[in-house]
Design a protein around this ligand. Structure first.
Ligand code: SF4
Length: 203
């Protein structure tokens, strides 16, 4: 997926669509949009950062799973959870450096974004992509050089979340401001981040 942060106006349509698609329990989210306010007057800015599972090429959540319930699908690279064998141990919740996982109180199993497999397997876009009124989220096949996402990645400067973690995320951002309250810059500059992260230090 490519997220063009220049187009995101923080309406949270994606957040709501995802909650509705999966009946996500109150207090939890599979995807959300962070609000970043920063700067000292008059040099101030406000931007938005949509978040979801990065379906990493080296997912930190997979090797820690004791039952093999979490794995990366060979056919499309989507990182999934087999709820039939997940025991809800939370190892994966702790391992993900992006705070993208939680244990669903309704199922007792780990939960997170799965790129709406039930939709994309039918040729539809994920619910968040379909709901976005400004096309800030673009979904496609990064292995296809002719796909829109591949062209966007090739033609624009892109960033990923926390590249230093070595997880090799597959969600690419265009024009995103990754400034966080925990950055060193925050000591000299006002930075306020509104987020749904449970562990705010995870970014
Ligand atoms: Fe796993 Fe987290 Fe990467 Fe998603 S973002 S694949 S949950 S490590």
């Amino acid at each position: 997926m490519v997220i063009d942060a220049r187009r995101c106006y923080g309406v949270q349509a994606c957040t709501v669509a995802c909650k509705a698609e999966y009946k996500v329990p109150l207090g939890e989210n599979r995807s959300w949009v962070e609000e970043i306010e920063k700067g000292n007057y008059p040099a101030t800015s406000r931007s938005f950062l949509p978040r979801l599972c990065n379906h990493c090429d080296e997912p930190a959540c997979v090797p820690v799973c004791p039952t093999g319930a979490t794995y990366k699908r060979a056919e499309d690279g989507i990182v999934v959870i087999d709820k039939n064998i997940c025991i809800g141990c939370k190892y994966c919740v702790q391992a993900c450096p992006y705070d993208m996982r939680f244990v669903n109180e309704d199922t007792g199993t780990a939960d997170k974004c799965d790129f709406c497999i039930h939709r994309v397997s039918q040729g539809l876009d994920p619910a968040c992509v379909e709901a976005c009124p400004s096309r800030a989220r673009i979904f496609g096949d990064l292995n296809d050089p002719e796909s829109e996402v591949s062209k966007l990645v090739a033609e624009n400067p892109v960033t990923v979340l926390r590249p230093e973690k070595g997880t090799e995320p597959n969600v690419y951002y265009i024009g995103a401001d990754h400034t966080d309250e925990h950055d060193v810059v925050a000591e000299t500059m006002y930075v306020d981040v509104k987020t749904h992260r449970r562990y705010e230090e995870r970014r």
